[in-house]
Design a binder for this molecule. Structure first.
Ligand code: FAD
Length: 319
């Protein structure tokens, strides 16, 4: 069976859910081989095997540690040359898309970004599905040149453990000189919020322009629920919350069990990033706000009154 390379998304060996999703998809296409670049492989090993990585290409060289784009693209190009995989799957985040674009140029291959599904294609190759224009259209496509390279959006597949534990083959892979073209000389740790990662959280509480820049009640509610904090583009553009927290068409796609939209009108571009959430709750003072068209529960009211009350009630219920 042909190998399918999956670029592992991790922080010091803590594997992100997107990788389990990609390995699940890769098993439909061939035999998954994980490509682990960076440090902390021991922490990642078990998860990679559990989700079906039959082989792991490990690059723990200090020359390519960290999340540098150019060395990762070069390493993948080396692997595509030596392993001739059936496809390469890469997480569809800003870093992944840049790596994929460079890899496509280096290997003279076709690239599809932001796929929401990847299947084997009759007659060989892969068939992908993309959801475009905020979910208005579904595009089916296939790659006809080189090694298919596909970036896959988070939450495109439910991670499924492999029926049998995968073989534990680890291949240490030496980076070429070209892959050592850049290296990180210093990195400062980001202040940890203690909150879950936005795309992986079971609960997301998001704030919009209705917060007027005060995210304290949104954060307090999120913390009472153990949730991640998201933001609309209006809030991000105003500089009230970091761009990495933006939910929507040009932000992150989330699909949590519970999504709470606070002071967010429900523009189509925002919906594109959260409408697949299992339960949607909105707090908005305008009872005609479009967000109320897609909610399971809606609260018409001022978020500065509703959110603190909800937070207190949740804390009291938890004891
Ligand atoms: P508004 O639309 O201004 O809504 C604010 C809401 O808060 C209103 O409904 C108001 O009634 C309510 N409110 C006000 N005060 C209170 C209060 N005290 N209590 C309760 N409710 C209150 N947007 C995204 O979010 N994500 C994207 O990825 C994204 N990508 C885009 C891509 C393109 C190409 C374009 C053109 C736009 C994109 N947008 C995106 C922007 C989008 O069109 C909207 O402008 C944006 O989502 C609006 O953000 P908002 O709901 O916070 O603000």
């Amino acid at each position: 069976m042909a190998e399918v390379l999956v670029l592992v998304d991790h922080v010091d060996g803590k594997v992100r859910k997107t990788t389990s999703e990609l390995l699940t998809i890769a098993r439909r296409l061939g035999e998954p081989s994980a490509v682990f670049i960076g440090s902390g492989f021991d922490a990642a090993k078990e998860t990679l095997a559990k989700f079906g990585a039959a082989k792991v290409y490990r690059v723990e060289s200090p020359d390519v540690l960290g999340h540098l784009i150019a060395p990762q693209a070069e390493l993948l190009a080396q692997l595509v040359g030596s392993a001739s995989p059936a496809a390469v799957l890469i997480p569809s985040n800003a870093e992944g898309k840049e790596i994929a674009a460079r890899l496509a140029i280096k290997t003279e291959s076709g690239l599809i970004t932001d796929a929401v599904d990847v299947k084997p294609r009759e007659g060989g190759g892969v068939a992908t599905t993309q959801s475009v224009f905020a979910g208005s259209y579904t595009v089916e496509a296939t790659i006809t040149k080189g090694t298919p390279i596909v970036t896959v959006k988070p939450n495109s597949a439910a991670p499924e453990e492999a029926p049998a534990a995968a073989a534990d083959e680890v291949v240490d892979f030496a980076p070429s000189e070209a892959a050592k073209s850049a290296r990180i000389t210093e990195s400062k740790e980001k202040q940890a919020t203690g909150r879950p990662e936005l795309t992986e959280a079971a609960i997301v509480v998001s704030g919009g322009r209705g917060t007027s820049g005060d995210f304290a009640p949104v954060e307090a509610l999120a913390d009472s629920l153990g949730a991640a904090v998201g933001a609309s583009r209006a809030a991000v553009d105003a500089g009230w919350y970091p761009h990495t927290s933006q939910v929507g068409q040009t932000g992150k796609q989330v699909s949590p069990q519970l999504y709470v939209a606070c002071g967010i009108s429900g523009a189509i571009q925002h919906r594109a990033g959260m409408q697949t959430s299992k339960t949607i709750v909105a707090v908005n003072k305008d009872n005609e706000a479009p967000i109320f068209e897609l909610v399971d529960f809606g609260v018409v009211g001022d978020l500065f009154k509703v959110l603190p009350q909800a937070t207190e009630a949740i804390k009291a219920a938890k004891g």
